[in-house]
Design a protein around this ligand. Structure first.
Ligand code: FAD
Ligand code: SIN
Length: 552
């Protein structure tokens, strides 16, 4: 049993920013299932978008965000994030983050360009922005006496009032059950406010830019705790990940296209002008679908990203990480185009929050990629997620501090973890088999281009697998792998259900059976208390239609 005023689940940008703020008013436990700074944040390359240049404006950043979001952004959220952005960047700088300066190393920061932005507004630290931010944040957290970081501790489930008393009408969250991955014991951590900052869910797909930690634990835990989960069908596929047999999940930043890199077929012919007037700088969904189409229709294994027109010294200075990593695979980006393919990158959906980062589960806050705040709508504008994470972590910290000050009563006594009659598993192969199967059918059936038949197949597979995993989960003693598998299956189910519920194509969700965009934009919301079932219209569409032969 452990106790703190605040429990933070996740040690990326959202979690650590929240922890540093609330530590001024109480004790904090930060859980991280890996070791700091391991997180998606640490891999961010392009940078963090914010209005910084006098040529830019809040209105322009709002307009670009909404244009990418395809009619589904929440206006008040976009306004808040864009307008508070510059102050939050100043906070990062004050904490020691060193963003790259302009060409002559002057006072001004260098501003990068990425797809969907009409202005240069991406602050960056060369092409390793996330690693620099995490360096500064981790150092600040290590120096804060009120923060205790528990590395290799994985949250299993949130403890809500219903777990204390099944008849209770309260929804309060009082902490979490946590697996210590080194001793394999489960601890009960009690807190008066909990911040869910467990990141995204890219690992639900076979090919992803995300690190291994991105198994959707936060979204799955919040769903089990009764929080509404929205817009899970909007999975962003990054157009350009390195295509090489030994390169696991290595991103080639959009900032290369911002500096003029051109997408080409393997024979050297450029193709993006045929898809969008902004060509390589079109929003990400357009670029990813164009590449997918080129690969499927013409049978390519990859396409090429060519930036060789730039001066070699500039490329080595501006993109040192990408230059070195590609060179380690025998690709000199100053002389040779880079083979690239799309991969699952970012989850626009997640736990619904209010403008103060709170959720309908009292005392439960959420921030970062785990959330659906309304900023991204149907498609995230490049480099807006780091900004969203820090703006909402700050807002959530303010609200949580006020909540705790206003209700100083201690947390109730929490029941210890009950392992039931579970025994050690002698068949871990079940976990790896199911894990691989989910990631493969999500890639094949719920990928960049979807159809009702593929979604129906995915639904059938996930329903069977969820039951198998449910039984396995209760029969065997929990392990980190089993917890992640259970969460991955829940997230896959939420993505499939949301994709089936959306009867249109919009932003990142493209279904060949509903190619048009509806006149009215609406969120897809799922709650545990309202189980999803296939409806009559969807089932009838499966019987009525044959798959259009060459459409994908
Ligand atoms: P994370 O940084 O992923 O942190 C989540 C933390 O939660 C991790 O520490 C993890 O270990 C922990 N955790 C997860 N589950 C549990 C559990 N059960 N128990 C305990 N701890 C847990 N966005 C931009 O805006 N600009 C970019 O340039 C950019 N580049 C990117 C490049 C790559 C390769 C990737 C993968 C993403 C990029 N993104 C970028 C997206 C951005 O990095 C993420 O959306 C953002 O960092 C998410 O921050 P977070 O704090 O929500 O989550
Ligand atoms: C990139 O550098 O291309 C990633 C930017 C982002 O995901 O926002």
């Amino acid at each position: 049993m452990m106790q703190a005023d605040y429990l933070v689940i996740g040690g990326g940008l959202a979690g650590l920013s929240f922890a540093l703020r609330v530590a001024k008013s109480g004790s904090v436990i930060v859980l991280n299932k890996g070791r700091l700074p391991e997180s998606a944040t640490a891999y961010a390359q392009g940078g963090i978008a914010s209005v910084w240049s006098p040529d830019d404006s809040f209105d322009a950043h709002v307009a670009d965000t909404e244009r990418a979001g395809a009619g589904l952004c929440r206006r008040e959220t976009v306004d808040v994030v864009v307008r508070e952005g510059p102050d939050r960047i100043r906070d990062l700088i004050a904490m020691g983050t060193q963003f790259s300066r302009g060409e002559n190393g002057g006072r001004d920061y260098d501003l990068g360009m990425e797809g969907g932005h009409r202005h240069r507004r991406i602050l960056h630290a060369s092409d390793a922005t996330g690693s620099e931010i995490m360096r500064a944040l981790t150092a600040a957290v290590r120096e804060e006496p009120n923060i205790q970081v528990l590395e290799r501790h994985m949250a299993i489930d949130l403890i809500t009032a219903g777990k204390l008393d099944p008849l209770s009408k309260d929804t309060d969250c009082w902490g979490a059950y946590v697996l210590d991955l080194d001793s394999n014991t489960v601890r009960t951590v009690s807190a008066r406010a909990t911040m869910l900052a467990a990141g995204g869910a890219g690992k639900v797909y076979l090919y992803t830019s995300n690190p291994d930690i991105a198994s959707g634990d936060g979204i799955a835990m919040a769903y089990r705790a009764g929080a509404p989960i929205a817009n899970m069908e909007f999975v962003q596929f990054h157009p350009t990940c390195l295509y090489h047999p030994q390169a696991k999940s290595f991103l080639i930043s959009e900032a290369l296209r911002g500096e003029g890199a051109v997408l080409k077929r393997p024979d050297g012919a450029p193709f993006m002008q045929a898809y969008h007037p902004d060509a390589e700088l079109a929003p990400r969904d357009v670029v990813a679908r164009a590449i997918d189409n080129e690969m499927k229709v013409r049978g390519f294994d990859y396409v090429l990203l060519d930036i060789t027109h730039h001066d070699a010294d500039f490329l080595r200075r501006r993109f040192p990480t990408i230059y070195e990593r590609c060179l380690s695979f025998g690709i000199d980006i100053t002389a040779t185009p880079i083979p690239v393919v799309p991969a699952a990158h970012y989850c626009c959906g997640g736990v619904m929050t209010n403008l103060d980062g709170s959720t309908p589960v009292r005392r439960l806050y959420a921030g970062g990629e785990v959330t659906m705040t309304g900023l991204h709508g149907a498609n995230r504008l490049a480099s807006n997620s780091l900004l969203e994470a820090i703006v909402f972590a700050t807002r959530a910290a303010r609200h949580a501090t006020e909540l705790i000050a206003a209700s100083p009563e201690p947390a109730p006594a929490l029941p210890p973890w009950n392992p039931g009659r579970a025994v050690d598993s002698d068949e871990s192969v079940v976990v790896t088999q199911n894990w691989d199967e989910i990631r493969r059918f999500m890639w094949n059936y719920v990928g960049i281009v979807r159809s009702n038949r593929r979604l129906a197949r995915a639904h059938q597979r996930i329903t069977a697998l969820r039951e198998e995993i449910r039984q396995y989960y209760w029969d065997f003693i929990v392990t980190g792998d089993l917890i992640e598998l259970r969460n991955l299956a829940t997230v896959a189910e939420l993505i499939i259900a949301s994709a089936i519920k959306r009867r249109e194509s919009r932003g990142l969700h493209y279904n060949i059976d509903y190619p048009k965009t509806a006149d009215v934009a609406a969120d897809t919301i799922l709650r545990r208390s309202e189980p999803f079932h296939l409806d009559g219209e969807f089932l009838a569409s499966l019987r009525a239609r044959r798959q259009p032969a060459a459409a994908d």
